[in-house]
Design a protein around this ligand. Structure first.
Ligand SMILES: [Ca+2]
Ligand SMILES: [Ca+2]
Ligand SMILES: [Ca+2]
Length: 123
C-alpha cells in the first residue's frame, strides 16, 4: 500500500516534467494581416519592415519620418479604395494614384523610396 503510493507520486512527477519539456511554440507573430488594409514595405516584394498599415480612413495619412519616409518600395492595397501616394509630407508634392491591387516594385512606377504620406480617394 505504501509502496504504491510512492510509485504513484514518482509517475506523477515524471508526467509533469514531460509536459513542461514538450512546451508549445508561440503562434507566429509576423503573419501581418493586410486583408482589407493598405500595407507598405521597405523593400520590393513585400519584404523587410512593414512601415505602414491602414484601413481606408479619411484624411491625409502621415508615414513616420524615421520609419518609412522615403523608404517604401512595395505596397498592397486591399481596401477597395484607390490611394494616392505623395512624395512629400502632409500630402504635398509629386503624387501617384494606385487602384486597389498589388504593387511589388514601386520602382517600376517611378516611385521607389519616395512616399512620405498618402490619402485614400473618395474618403
Ligand atoms: Ca526601400
Ligand atoms: Ca519623398
Ligand atoms: Ca511622412
Amino acid at each position: 500500500m505504501r509502496l504504491r503510493t510512492v510509485l504513484g507520486s514518482v509517475v506523477a512527477v515524471l508526467v509533469a516534467v514531460g509536459a513542461m519539456l514538450a512546451g508549445v511554440a508561440p503562434a507566429s507573430a509576423n503573419a501581418d494581416d493586410c486583408s482589407y488594409k493598405l500595407c507598405m514595405w521597405e523593400d520590393d516584394w513585400y519584404s523587410d519592415s512593414l512601415y505602414a498599415k491602414s484601413a481606408a480612413v479619411s484624411g491625409c495619412q502621415e508615414i513616420a519620418g524615421w520609419n518609412g519616409d522615403n523608404e517604401i518600395s512595395s505596397l498592397s492595397n486591399n481596401t477597395g479604395h484607390s490611394v494616392r501616394l505623395y512624395a512629400d509630407d502632409n500630402c504635398q508634392g509629386r503624387s501617384l494614384l494606385l487602384n486597389p491591387g498589388w504593387y511589388p516594385e514601386l520602382s517600376r512606377l517611378g516611385f521607389n523610396n519616395d512616399t512620405e504620406s498618402y490619402r485614400f480617394e473618395g474618403r
